[in-house]
Design a protein around this ligand. Structure first.
Ligand code: KG4
Ligand code: ZN
Length: 336
């Protein structure tokens, strides 16, 4: 089954063709990052407008790269939640139009389920059940993936998402948007023990909190400024990356022990972080966990992951009619 998939929930306009949930026939990602950079973050109104302008060309390119006509695809999958609602609606309405005109099934996909499914593309042998750490710009979840379409969130952030903390901390040490990648890049020239950063306390054994960590960076930066000094960005980047990776891994490992899961996956934009990846690899080796990481090109937002999850949603009978609406918020475990 060949699925044409569309992703427009944030600042990437993306389309892909994926066969049977695992084989990527094409994947086109048109990033708006340069446009939002000057504002220090994504401006929702601009994102929506750019999606409208770019979506036709991106979808055409995905079909051309897969050497397929629209009539030859078997279904249209689209990110329908969660995300910037104006941005989500561009993809949803475009997909509805294609599905209606072609008489193809319309398959709504939860964006974070898509991130999890990026691992199915990278690891053809991976199948549920497994435990997944989903860390993006808007979410930080520990989810038990019981089946392809059956998710149980057992831990989540109580405040900021990990990616959000990266972006805000990066901004306070003078790195532009998006901060996570920039921080990761310069961190390897820094000392991870240069700045002491707090380990947040949360009530839930598998819950996270990142706002205190972000505030600590901002305070250290202000204190230094008051003394006429400046933080060493490389040292702060290394200290921050190291601390976030330690916090993420510690709770994830506790959750693995609690649930008895030995197959662990990481997903979402922050799964590209080199500190998190190497810590997870090192600890998994030590503990005998089987670790699954998406290839770097599939960590951030893309449509191939939506096509992968879309296939399993279709098999589960989760298609939608023309009344499908986008949603800004939606729990990982809920159905459309
Ligand atoms: O999953 P994603 O692409 O978009 C959302 O669904 O939110 O995640 C974007 C987030 C941003 O906060 C970005 O700074 C972060 O992922 N990110 C990273 C790295 N690459 C992207 N954070 C830390 N290290 C990275 N290498
Ligand atoms: Zn995402």
């Amino acid at each position: 089954m060949k699925i044409l998939s569309i992703e427009s929930s944030c600042d990437e306009t993306a389309a892909a063709v994926v066969e049977n949930g695992r084989i990527v026939l094409s994947s086109v990602v048109d990033s708006q990052v340069e446009e939002h950079k000057k504002f220090g973050g994504v401006v929702p109104e601009i994102a929506s407008r750019r999606h409208v302008e770019n979506i036709v060309a991106v979808v055409r390119q995905a079909l051309a790269d897969a050497a397929l006509d629209l009539e030859q695809v078997d279904g249209i999958a689209v990110t329908a939640a969660p995300g910037l609602i104006g941005a989500v609606l561009v993809g949803v309405n475009f997909a509805k139009g294609l599905a209606f005109a072609q008489g193809k099934p319309l398959i709504p996909v939860h964006h974070l389920r898509g991130h999890v499914a990026a691992n199915y593309i990278t690891h053809p042998d991976l199948a549920p059940p497994f435990l997944c750490l989903v860390v993006s710009g808007g979410h930080s979840h520990i989810a038990l993936v019981r089946d392809y379409t059956h998710f149980e969130v057992i831990g989540r952030t109580r405040d900021d998402a990990a990616g959000e903390a990266f972006d805000k901390a990066a901004r306070s040490i003078g790195l532009g948007y998006p901060g996570g990648v920039a921080m990761d890049k310069i961190s390897h020239q820094g000392n991870p023990h240069a700045y002491p950063l707090p380990t947040p306390h949360t009530e839930g054994p598998f819950d996270y909190s990142f706002s205190g960590l972000k505030t600590a960076v901002i305070n250290l930066s202000h204190n230094a400024a008051q003394k006429g000094q400046a933080l060493v960005p490389e040292d702060m980047a290394a200290s921050f990356c190291n601390q976030v990776a330690q916090i993420l891994w510690q709770k994830f490992e506790t959750a693995a022990d609690y649930t008895g899961q030995t197959r662990l996956a990481i997903a979402g934009g922050v799964s590209a972080n080199s500190w998190l990846r190497s810590l997870a690899l090192e600890q998994s080796k030590k503990r005998g966990f089987q670790l699954y990481l998406p290839e770097l090109s599939l960590c951030g937002d893309n449509a191939a992951m939506i096509g992968a999850q879309g296939y399993y949603e279709f098999l589960a009978g989760h298609t939608a009619g023309m009344s499908l609406n986008g949603r800004p918020y939606m729990e990982l475990g809920d159905a459309f």
